[in-house]
Write a new protein. Structure first.
Lengths: 421, 437
């Protein structure tokens, strides 16, 4: 079998790694064809790091970072970056947070200086804090007006038990109303630390001398962290529930399964293959059976969420309320069939092509390359861009059947039926 | 652009322009076939036909059944999408360039020899009906649909490309067949970007019964019009937030004042330094999501402010939003603001040219509008010549009479409506329509 089916074999660019004196890891990847450079600063400071009274603080802090630093006024960062033809954004997850800037190459050194100042030395002004709290509360209200999001949140709450993955990243309203700039400052100091941050750079980097600036930067002056309590492994509880939701127009079947955590990248790839085999494209098992043949659903999706404390596979089927029972039974049947009988070679080959091409296509964009290598580096995974394709190729039907397919047994899932009230 | 390589304009035997944009290295090929005649061309009583037809194209064509076609496409790990938008139907293929020989022939086969199996039409119809129903869960969708009614009424842009429930239910195979037989007659263009096979024309024509697919290059022509008079529409929904959409119908892509509006869009709604973001979110904490919607259209494109804010702050949010619109009509933006808007316009252009797929897509769009291949580069040069007064003039002639769409709980609607009634924009007179050139 060819090493990576379908695509020609140009060697992929190699990530270059080094560390600053204080231990901060840097990873750079040269993409000469890309029109922009992506600077991506990652930190192990997602919502799973929050203590019980810190609900929503990780995400709220991500907002507050853009309200200025010791040397940047509120809004000044955005203005400078955008005046240089770039843009920036940030995202807070369960495990980590990252801040990224896309820039024309010639403006990258300036953007780097701005980004490090902004993220590592936030001002956390009291008036800005009160104003931004309103914005976060509006974000929460907006998500609560989407009944589908409410259903997913309820699924995670019930499936994940006491684990942080069961709690909303946006936070609880009462907690958000109680937070103070001081508590946020303490959270920042605890987590935005040399051994918990890394910087990824991707794009046409040749000729950009960023090293000198990095060696004397807020990043190089970050202290190391104090010891922190480990985040426990997820223990997903199988179960079943049914809820009624206002403003829902179609019923939903949502299901969640646990897979090993992101550290096991090989199994993550197996999970990617399995979800693709089951629900990606018209000829995947679930789509073919539920949408095309039985015509029970408007859509059925199966997503792999790669997470450190345990990956989550989430299923969503959209259907008429009266079809809900039948949909759940059919999902069950499809999964049990696959558990009984390993997939055919052609089926696995199809999944490999889809996953492999999707991966190769994503390498066209500097932002997604930076995010991939940055996230891996943050969690101590040092594989290059080729390695995931090798893992992909090593999966066979027998092994998938033995090691991954049983993990999606319907009895291992938590399932939630949501119907219009 | 340094990232774009050799560009070759060609013509397929029946007249369809074919543009090849060579981008070696990544082993990827992206192909776009853009055909004029999207949902705005849905015949009377057949709203949703263009999208339904597009959805059925990949459910069997030429010698391939729907299953065989899906096996071929998915088995190659490729992506194939067929979708109707307001002004056109777009077929999009993205694949490993080594799979091009087996996949490129599908494009014209789908257009010329779709099977249109009744059973598959019924399935696709049912899925579209369900999607229309589910979309009502989203208050933004409700506000958007309502604004579309205000701006375009029963006109060609007056419905969702997915269609309207009653029409969609009655669409027949014959009606779809008729629509399919007219593909290309109003203009079509094909754009390929990436690693392009040497015998590309041969591949594109492989398997078609008639290599002369009669079609013409897309021409400049006037598209659907909108209304411009102040109006309000409200929808009572039991939500936390009030969704506000304030919009007017403007002008087609490439029209004289479209570029000035594009710069206003950058000024108002692009990035975190944009005027609406700073004024409504940063200074008032009124919203998480605030922005401007200004799609490229063949006809009178909508230009829309959108915002969602807690219902108890409905009056304040409405006041601020109207004030921002009024400001556009009252005073020119500053030189510094114009400079920033230009930087964003350039930045967006660069970011929109990262992948083969993006490059093919953008060229297909402008060519489909009957504009020159280098339209984007020309626009960048022309934009640098515009002055603040040009933007003010464009706002005054095109944005003078916006309409307001609201979706939220009754108390919030009442407050917002009262603010609107008191504001002069609710009584504004539209400018006489400028003569088009």
């Amino acid at each position: 079998m060819p090493a990576s089916p379908g695509l020609t074999h140009q060697p992929l660019p190699e990530p270059q790694r080094r560390s600053l004196g204080n231990g901060v890891n840097l990873v750079q990847i040269d993409l000469p064809q890309a029109p922009v450079v992506c600077l991506d600063l990652w930190c192990r400071a997602g919502s799973a790091c929050e203590r019980s009274d810190e609900s929503g603080l990780a995400h709220f802090l991500e907002h507050m970072v853009f309200k200025g630093s010791q040397s940047l006024e509120a809004g000044e960062f955005d203005l400078k970056v955008e005046a240089l033809g770039g843009n920036s954004n940030a995202a807070t997850g369960f495990d980590d947070v990252h801040y990224h800037v896309l820039m024309p190459p010639e403006a990258a050194p300036q953007a780097l200086e701005l980004l490090l100042d902004l993220v590592l030395q936030p001002r956390l002004d009291g008036d800005d804090f009160a104003m931004e709290r309103q914005v976060v509360l509006e974000e929460l209200a907006q998500s609560e007006d989407q009944p589908e999001e409410v259903a997913f949140q309820e699924l995670l709450r019930q499936a994940c038990g006491s684990h942080a993955y069961g709690r909303p990243i946006l936070g609880r309203r009462d907690a958000l109303e109680a937070h103070s700039p001081e508590a946020m400052g303490a959270f920042h100091q605890r987590h935005y630390r040399a051994d918990r941050c890394c910087l990824a750079l991707a794009g046409p980097l040749a000729g950009l001398d960023l090293d000198a600036a990095l060696n004397d930067s807020p990043l190089s002056r970050l202290p190391r962290s104090e010891p922190l309590a480990a985040i426990p492994t997820l223990q997903l509880q199988p179960g079943h529930t049914r809820i009624e939701l206002q403003r829902l127009e179609a019923a939903r079947l949502l299901m969640a399964w646990q897979l090993p955590g992101a550290a096991d990248q090989d199994t993550v790839m197996g999970g990617d293959l399995l979800t693709t085999l089951l629900a990606e494209g018209r000829r995947s098992r679930l789509v073919e059976q539920l949408r095309e043949r039985l015509r029970l659903v408007e859509s059925v999706d199966l997503d792999l969420n790669v997470l450190e404390s345990g990956c989550l596979v989430l299923l969503e089927a959209v259907c008429e309320p009266e079809q809900l029972q039948e949909v759940e039974q059919q999902v069950r049947r499809v999964l049990l069939e696959l558990i009984e009988q390993p997939p055919a070679e052609a089926e696995l080959e199809r999944a490999k092509r889809l996953v492999g091409n999707g991966y190769r296509f994503s390498l066209e964009v500097a932002g997604s390359v930076a995010a991939m290598v940055g996230n891996s580096q943050l969690w101590g995974r040092h594989h290059n861009l080729q390695r995931p394709l090798d893992w992909l190729n090593d999966w066979g039907c027998e092994r998938l059947s033995r090691e991954v397919i049983p993990l999606l047994h319907p009895d291992r899932a938590f399932s939630l039926q949501a119907v219009p009230s | 652009m340094s990232a774009a390589g050799l560009i070759q304009p060609r013509t397929l035997p029946g007249g369809c322009p074919l543009w090849l944009i060579e981008r070696p290295g990544a082993g990827i090929l992206s192909a776009k076939l853009w055909m004029r005649g999207g949902s705005s061309a849905d015949p009377s009583g057949q709203r949703g036909a263009a999208q339904l037809l597009a959805g059925v194209l990949s459910r069997g064509c030429g010698s391939l059944s729907g299953d065989a076609l899906a096996d071929l496409v998915e088995g190659s790990g490729a992506g194939l999408r067929c979708e109707a938008a307001e002004d056109g139907t777009l077929l999009s293929l993205k694949c490993a360039s080594s799979d091009a020989p087996s996949l490129l022939p599908l494009l014209l086969q789908m257009v010329q020899q779709p099977w249109l199996v009744s059973d598959q039409i019924d399935l696709e119809r049912q899925l579209n009906l369900q999607t229309l129903q589910r979309q009502k869960e989203d208050p933004f969708q409700l506000a958007h649909d309502q604004l579309r009614q205000l701006l375009y009424s029963e006109g060609p842009y007056g419905h969702d490309p997915l269609g309207v429930d009653a029409d969609l239910r009655t669409l027949s195979r014959d009606q779809l067949q008729q629509l399919a037989s007219r593909y290309g007659q109003n203009g079509a263009v094909m754009v390929l970007a990436g690693e392009i096979p040497t015998n590309v024309e041969e591949l594109l024509l492989a398997g078609v019964t008639d290599a002369h697919w009669a079609c013409q290059p897309p021409q400049r022509s006037s598209g659907p019009q909108g209304q411009s008079q102040p109006a309000i529409s409200v929808s009572n929904d039991d939500t936390e937030q009030l969704v506000l959409m304030l919009g007017a119908t403007t002008t087609p892509l490439g029209a004289p004042q479209a570029l000035a509006l594009r710069l206003l869009h950058c000024h108002l709604g692009v990035g975190m330094s944009s005027r609406l973001f700073v004024a409504l979110r940063e200074e008032h904490g009124l919203a998480y999501d605030v922005g401007v919607h200004f799609p490229a259209r063949l006809g009178d494109a909508p230009f829309v402010f959108h915002l969602s804010s807690s219902s108890e702050r409905a009056a304040e949010a409405t006041t601020e939003l109207l004030q921002e619109w009024q400001r556009l009509l009252d005073q020119p933006i500053s030189e510094a603001e114009l400079e920033l808007a230009l930087a964003k316009f350039r930045g967006q252009e660069a970011l929109g040219r990262q992948t083969s797929s993006q490059i093919a897509d953008r060229h297909a769009l402008v060519l489909g509008h009957g504009l020159p291949f280098d339209f984007a580069d020309r626009s960048l040069a022309e934009a640098a010549q515009l002055r603040p007064d040009d933007l003010l003039a464009a706002a005054r002639s095109l944005l003078a009479a916006p309409s307001l769409s609201l979706c939220g709980p009754a108390s919030a609607l009442e407050q917002a409506e009262a603010v609107w009634r008191r504001h002069s924009l609710s009584r504004s007179q539209p400018q006489p329509v400028a003569s088009s050139s």
